[in-house]
Design a protein around this ligand. Structure first.
Ligand code: DON
Length: 307
């Protein structure tokens, strides 16, 4: 693949998808997300050699939501090591992201860290690891993203907390089953804050470059996690990054990735690149319609995926 061709490929897929219409709905259950213009559409690509490409609204910030779940896992995993897998499993759930359904049978051990139940447990772990877990996470985010002034979006976090009925139920249920140690309110508050982070497609690519680069940031080669930990996190993104649509994403796109209800999707081609798409309208499984379509067409056009 000639590097100079990437911009042409991105542009032609982007324009074609834009003409095809814009199905789906923006997330409505978080009032701040309901206000976002559903016609936004951006694509960013960062190669490990430092070259960057972008199209559309790729320099506009959006709420990364569940994409943050990968970052809290990386932080908890690098600190706690393999112990983390005693608290959360690594199996696809085959269920919606906010499901309570399997928890009782699984005795409070969430199927994986990328469903809400799993990320709530990872938040509980972060609270145990630090006296100031919000600062602990933001410091990590600054380290991996290189963005010195990154902060939570307090409006988005507040609006999510106001209607977090399912996440409240999940947190209390896991607490009752013994797999949350701290106060459910504190866990939920941390979770909604980590989901509130806003970044551009360009910034998400930079932040996730360590997962394409064997665990080291691709700009400064600073080691974030080990190559083996990187392999494992990418594997969980591959099998669990899209909830009950993880098989479909693997089938169509063929890259490890993670979605968020803000309409973002980040996907990683190990040792080559990170690509991020943002389009707020979601399909019924909570994943960006245009995001999935763009990535399917991108790996098809470049004839390059992990398979
Ligand atoms: O917990 C929630 O409902 C949101 N903060 C995050 C959900 C999410 O991003 C699911 N993604 N596709």
């Amino acid at each position: 693949m000639e590097e100079s061709n990437y911009q042409d490929i991105i542009k032609s897929i982007y324009n074609r998808i834009k003409e095809e219409g814009n199905p789906g709905e923006t997330a409505k259950y978080i009032s701040e997300l309901a206000k976002v213009d559903g016609n936004k559409f951006g694509v960013g690509l960062k190669l490990l050699n430092g070259q960057q490409f972008g199209e559309g609204d790729y320099q506009e910030k959006f709420s990364i939501q569940s994409i943050s779940k990968v970052l809290i896992l990386a932080l908890a995993y690098r600190t706690l090591g393999e112990e983390i897998w005693k608290r959360v499993d690594v199996e696809p759930s085959g269920n919606p992201f906010n499901s309570l359904y399997q928890l009782e049978a699984d005795k409070g051990i969430p199927r994986n860290p990328f469903i809400n139940a799993g990320a709530l447990v990872v938040c509980d772990v972060l609270i145990d690891l630090s006296d100031n877990p919000k600062k602990y996470f933001l410091d990590f985010l600054k380290e991996v993203s290189g963005i010195k002034d990154i902060d939570f979006s307090y409006d988005i976090a507040k609006s999510e907390l106001e209607t977090a009925f399912r996440n409240t139920a999940l947190t209390n249920f896991i607490k009752a089953l013994g797999n949350i140690k701290n106060s459910p309110d504190e866990v939920l508050d941390l979770y909604c804050h980590i989901c509130s982070i806003e970044m551009t497609c360009e910034e998400v690519c930079e932040t996730f470059s360590f997962l394409a680069n064997q665990g080291a940031n691709s700009s400064n080669n600073k080691v974030i996690i080990s190559p083996s930990q990187t392999k494992r996190i990418n594997a969980i993104m591959q099998t669990c990054g899209f909830y009950d649509e993880s098989g479909e994403f693997t089938f169509r796109v063929g890259l490890p990735g993670k979605s968020g209800v803000g309409g973002g999707i980040v996907a990683v081609m190990p040792k080559q690149y990170v690509v991020t798409v943002w389009s707020p309208k979601l399909n019924p499984k909570g994943n960006s319609y245009r995001g999935m379509k763009f990535l399917e067409d991108f790996t098809t056009a470049t004839e390059n995926s992990i398979f």
